[in-house]
Write a protein that binds this ligand. Structure first.
Ligand code: MIG
Length: 805
């Protein structure tokens, strides 16, 4: 149609140079026009640039489903000269002839540079082309499968119910059109294409040396997020799209699920079995089986006659119930089904182009679909949860929200169904499903989250979702959908969770054991071991798969699985402090090794089943977990301890490389975990549920080394009181001398919360075990034959000194 907008032909572009209108200064935006397109560059912060491209002089809307109005309006001081915009940290320049955009850092190094033909407009779609550096590696893009590094890959964003997906399947459930490039001359950068339509990203797959991104429609709006570190980019991306809220502590506990727990008696039996087998656990999940005819917001009157009684009974065991609530409301006119009746009365459902209500089959049979882009519809949806919160349900699981539709080859709504936009900074208008599809699941979880918060304002809300979009971390945790019971999927789970974490979704998990197929006993055991160190730890299986609860393979397997679940509960103070810091900074809980050890980016430290939990623990499962062959674990330079024995590790340096390796012979009952030298890791006595107060002192495991530090965080674990100051946060540091750890310094505790511990057990690792510690003029001896010294709790700023033997 508008051929003049095709900029892909350089020769043509040269002829068209005369048509360029040149650059003009505006108060806070650099505007450069050529060939009927205008590039606008705005400094949201010193390190985040918003780039929009208008076509035919029609400015796009400044509204977003991912970025808050406050961030959209945020500006950093910038100087705009002819063709350039400068912030304190970046300079962006746009060539007035070609619209070529280049962003450099303060020392002139290119952070991101356009490739030839940088902007190609084609009907309603577009392609943007950036240079792909030879040493750059690419991460993020949400839950996409395949390798950790996206380099060489090509991906589409279109939320899809991908039952039975493999490592090559794309697209999957979520759309996070955001990647991080690292390894380039100017360090790392992030690029977030804020376009909800079907988008695609190509990392040198079609064309060597070019990152190409595009969409079939919608606004050309993207953000360049500068580093230089990956951590900088992730923190800034979550400044832009929002931090995940602090989850309740129980959501970090072990969670037992299965499609097919089909009566209250069975749910109760599962909870009782967890307790009688002494498997620490916090949640039992209830899949669609608890509902009446698969209708959302109902309880099956025969099999689940008294939901309140059930939540009370399992609640007494320290276990919460999380129930599934899918968005497909049964199309049940005249049947006194309140969600249908009230939703119809207020016109809350998605329409067909002819104005009728769109009806399609899913679990309840014919169903209708709330129009979650309408604020009034979200509010109505939120109120529907009252029946569940009144019954004492702990959290909500939003499945099928791609949305999934049965009996149609596209597996989803026709792209011409009509949604309404009526707020959120957008001009009111109708929008096609093509525009709304990728945010439909996120807006579903937003309605659920806000609804739970409104119904229980004092409590944190917990929502799990399958589909989402960039920024969806503000509303829900997520899981990787219908994986399979294969060793390949165990490996895949790690790369998927790592990329989700880098994409803002820190609180993620994969179905332990695999959803379909039924795991072998060894696979399920190894999966428990690995998943015990991942953020969201839920064993789940399909209705037609064999039972996969921890006890199904006999006492030997149960013992190993229990041991790893117990270890997670002992590590709860560390895990919870990571969750608290994620809510503040956006740092993922589970990270690729290069997040904290950038020198490991190109080392073989990033193989399958290798990751860190926070900066301090490195988990190094075998790259071939199905095999018992010895393998090399790669440890970034700087010293490590064996987490299980507490002994320092002697790793083999590899020439002058910034890492060393250690050979490990795998065992079914073991998973190598290492602790960084210079760490203080908090642990606690074993509990069977996070609702139980640990009996005994908080343990601080101290591992001597450079930059020795740790953090303590505690609060009541479930209410919003922390937001008003009822938390306890305390930094701890240690010094190391010739005799190992010399001292530990506690900063003054911040916040008004009084944590559960009254004493602290200092466990000092390394070659030298102290015989006593002195604090406040008093000496405390080590328990005989141990490296453990118990001192009183230390809320004030204080230094504890160790006395060598
Ligand atoms: O059509 O609710 O991914 O976890 O057990 C399948 C039944 C619907 C798909 C979810 C899965 C869940 C299942 N659901």
């Amino acid at each position: 149609m508008r051929r003049i907008n095709h900029l892909q032909n350089l020769a043509l572009a040269t002829c068209l140079m005369l048509a360029a209108t040149g650059a003009q200064a505006a108060p806070d935006t650099l505007d450069v026009s050529a060939h009927g397109a205008t590039v606008h560059v705005t400094a949201i912060t010193d390190t985040i640039l918003r780039v929009t491209i208008d076509r035919d002089g029609k400015p796009g809307e400044t509204a977003s489903w991912a970025v808050s109005p406050a961030m959209l309006a945020h500006r950093a001081p910038a100087t705009i000269d002819y063709g350039t915009l400068r912030t304190a940290q970046l300079t962006a320049s746009v060539d007035p002839a070609t619209l070529h955009l280049r962003v450099v850092d303060a020392s002139g190094r290119a952070i991101v540079d356009d490739a030839a033909n940088p902007v190609v407009l084609d009907r309603d779609g577009f392609t943007l082309r950036k240079v792909m550096g030879t040493d750059e590696h690419f991460f993020g893009m949400g839950d996409k499968s395949g390798l950790l590094d996206r380099r060489g890959g090509s991906f589409v964003n279109w939320n899809t119910d991908a039952f039975g997906y493999a490592s090559s399947t794309d697209p999957l459930y979520k759309s996070v059109p955001f990647f991080i490039a690292t390894g380039g001359a100017g360090g790392s950068y992030g690029l977030f294409l804020d376009n909800t339509w079907r988008t695609w990203f190509d990392f040198g797959h079609r064309e060597e040396g070019v990152v190409a991104i595009g969409a079939t429609g919608g606004p050309i709006t993207y953000y360049v997020i500068a580093g230089p570190t990956v951590r900088d980019v992730v923190r800034r991306y979550t400044d832009l799209t929002g931090k995940a809220p602090l989850m309740p502590r129980w959501a970090l506990g072990y969670q037992q699920s299965r499609w097919g727990y089909s009566s209250a008696a069975q749910v109760e039996a599962i909870a009782t079995h967890l307790r009688s087998d002494h498997i620490p656990a916090d949640v039992v999940w209830m899949d669609i089986d608890y509902q009446d005819r698969n209708r959302p917001f109902t309880f099956n009157p025969v099999t689940f006659p008294d939901m309140h009684k059930l939540t009370d009974t399992v609640g007494a065991l320290g276990i919460k119930l999380v129930t599934i609530v899918d968005l497909h409301v049964a199309h049940a006119p005249g049947q006194a089904y309140a969600p249908y009746d009230s939703g119809t009365a207020a016109n809350h459902f998605v329409h067909n182009p002819d104005g009728s209500v769109y009806v399609a089959p899913v679990w309840p049979g014919p169903a209708v679909f709330p129009d979650f882009t309408v604020p009034a519809t979200r509010a109505w949806w939120g109120t529907q949860f009252k029946r569940l919160t009144d019954a004492g349900v702990g959290g909500i699981w939003n499945d099928m929200n791609e949305p999934a539709i049965f009996e149609t080859p596209s597996k989803t709504m026709p792209i011409d169904t009509v949604h309404r936009i009526a707020g959120d900074g957008f001009a009111p208008r109708n929008a096609s499903h093509a525009e709304i599809h990728n945010i439909y699941g996120m807006e579903n979880t937003r309605a659920t989250y806000d609804g739970l918060r409104a119904l229980r304002p004092e409590e944190r809300a917990f929502v799990l979702t399958r589909a989402s979009y960039a920024g969806g971390q503000k509303y829900a945790a997520t899981w990787t959908g219908d994986n399979s019971s294969t060793w390949d999927h165990l490996k895949l789970s790690v790369s998927m969770l790592l990329n989700l974490g880098l994409s803002g979704f820190s609180y993620s998990g994969a179905d332990v054991g695999g959803f379909t197929g039924g795991p072998s006993p060894d696979l399920l055991t190894k999966w428990f071991e690995v998943a015990a160190f991942t953020p969201f730890f839920r064993d789940h299986a399909a209705n037609d798969a064999p039972q996969a609860e921890p006890w199904v393979d006999g006492p030997a397997h149960l013992a190993i699985r229990r041991h790893f679940v117990e270890e997670r509960y002992r590590l709860m103070p560390y895990l919870y402090s990571l969750a608290a810091s994620n809510a503040q900074t956006g740092d993922p809980i589970m990270r690729p090794v290069f997040y904290d050890y950038p020198q490991a980016l190109t080392a073989p430290c990033n193989t399958a089943l290798t990751f860190t939990l926070g900066a301090k623990l490195l988990i190094a499962g075998s790259p071939k977990p199905e095999s018992l062959q010895a393998y090399d674990v790669c440890l970034p330079e700087g010293g490590w301890f064996d987490y299980w024995t507490g002994e320092a590790v002697t790793a083999q340096p590899i020439g002058h490389k910034p890492y060393a390796t250690i050979s490990v012979t795998p065992r079914l009952d073991a998973l190598p975990v290492f602790v960084r030298a210079g760490s203080i890791v908090p642990r606690q006595p074993l509990v069977q549920s996070t609702s139980q107060v640990p009996d005994g002192p908080l343990e601080l495991h101290v591992y001597p080394g450079a930059d020795c530090a740790g953090e303590l965080y505690d609060d009541d674990g479930h209410s919003m009181a922390f937001a008003a100051g009822a938390y306890a946060r305390q930094a701890v540091r240690c010094t190391t001398g010739a005799n190992g750890v010399q001292s530990i310094t506690f900063d003054a505790r911040q916040g008004t919360w009084k944590p559960w511990w009254h004493a602290i057990a200092l466990v000092v690792h390394g070659d030298h075990a102290p015989i006593s510690a002195t604090v406040g003029g008093k000496a405390y001896p080590a328990a005989s034959g141990t490296r453990t010294i118990v001192i009183p709790d230390q809320p004030q700023a204080v230094t504890v000194t160790f006395n060598a033997g």
